[in-house]
Write a protein that binds this ligand. Structure first.
Ligand code: ZN
Length: 371
């Protein structure tokens, strides 16, 4: 499955998508509260089919205005709720949360009904009350089709609202992107770092992270100050909020761009890539904001996707494997090594090591050993 994202154009009836999102949020809140109340009353959990039946009943009795919402989208929302509870019952996730209105960002349509695609135009089917009857109301929206999607079947579409107030169309197709690259016969170990470099390769190369958050920190501070001077809810305040949201989006785009480029570079050069499994919570306690800015986990996810696409082998060494202290030449454990030592000489074989490169080489050996 692959998802393509397109930006929806601004037009006068975009507001209807916003209203639709808000209405769907009410469905979301209602059913979460309903399930919680049932639990309090000692009644059993109602699954997806049961909730669908309940919607039908509500449309005829207490909530006739829900007939105006696309029923496919309601069903998808109920499916999401059911999945959240299912995970909760299987102890895979926490208790399902009720989202705040501004956190409810997307609605999904299944791959066959409620919408129609042609060229760079998507037609959504709303319903309206007209002459004593519910009628279909088809509204076309244009989007910026910067690329063609692949795959013979669209499995679902999602409409998203981001914090900047921009709407996006996500088209998920059944296409699997598989374009193997020619083999190079090279393997590499990579060590994530905080101090000297973002990524140290066993070849001795060091990759620096642009750290976009750190770069924009002054701008962020001044914008936040400007925001706090303004009266909450006023026009100027909203303008400032959006300005801030756009800056955050820019930062995250810069970070993502760097990650994709780096992952792509690694996949082009090497057949096998070995990395460490990260202990992110421990790192966050130690380093705070910088960890979020470096976004290791996002990079690992991108790298996993890229490796699948280009038929590369990604090996993850578990976090209990010692990688820093052993000497990569002879295997001597240097127990006296502290965080401050960036360079050290092995007392056993006399090899001179850079701390990170040594770790990267150890990761490579440990990675190759995994079968
Ligand atoms: Zn040694």
């Amino acid at each position: 499955m692959k998802t393509y994202k397109y930006r929806l154009g601004k037009q006068s009836n975009t507001i209807r998508i916003g209203n639709l999102l808000d209405d769907m949020w009410q469905v979301h809140v209602y059913f979460h509260k309903w399930q919680r109340q049932r639990y309090k009353d000692g009644l059993p959990y109602v699954n997806f089919e049961g909730m669908c039946d309940h919607v039908k009943l509500m449309k005829d009795t207490t909530h006739p205005h829900w007939k105006a919402l696309p029923s496919q989208a309601i069903q998808q929302e109920l499916k999401r709720i059911h999945l959240a509870y299912d995970r909760f019952f299987k102890k895979l996730g926490g208790r399902p949360k009720i989202k705040k209105r501004h956190k409810f960002k997307s609605i999904t349509f299944p791959g066959h009904a409620g919408w129609f695609l042609k060229n760079n135009r998507i037609t959504l089917t709303f319903r309206k009350w007209n002459n004593g009857k519910w009628r279909f109301d088809k509204v076309p929206y244009t989007f910026h089709k910067h690329r063609q999607w692949h795959g013979n079947r669209i499995s679902r579409i999602t409409i998203k609202r981001d914090t900047c107030g921009v709407y996006w169309l996500c088209i998920t197709t059944t296409y699997t992107d598989f374009r193997p690259l020619p083999t190079t016969g090279q393997s590499v170990g990579a060590d994530f770092g905080m101090k000297d470099a973002y990524l140290t390769l066993s070849t001795g190369e060091k990759k620096q992270h642009p750290q976009p958050l750190k770069h924009s920190l002054n701008k962020l501070r001044s914008l936040n100050k400007a925001l706090s001077r303004k009266q909450k809810g006023s026009n100027g305040w909203w303008r400032c909020v959006r300005h801030l949201a756009r800056l955050y989006r820019k930062i995250s785009n810069q970070r993502k761009d760097f990650h994709w480029q780096l992952a792509s570079e690694l996949c082009k050069k090497f057949d096998t890539i070995a990395i460490e499994t990260l202990n992110l919570d421990g790192m966050k306690r130690l380093w705070g904001r910088k960890v979020s800015d470096l976004a290791f986990y996002q990079f690992v996810e991108i790298l996993q996707y890229k490796c699948r696409k280009h038929k590369r082998l990604l090996k993850q060494v578990d976090q209990w494997t010692a990688t820093t202290k052993p000497c990569s030449e002879c295997g001597f454990h240097n127990e006296n090594l502290t965080l401050k030592d960036r360079q050290w000489t092995c007392p056993d074989c006399g090899a001179h090591h850079d701390r990170d490169i040594n770790a990267a080489i150890n990761i490579l050996w440990a990675g190759i050993a995994i079968t």
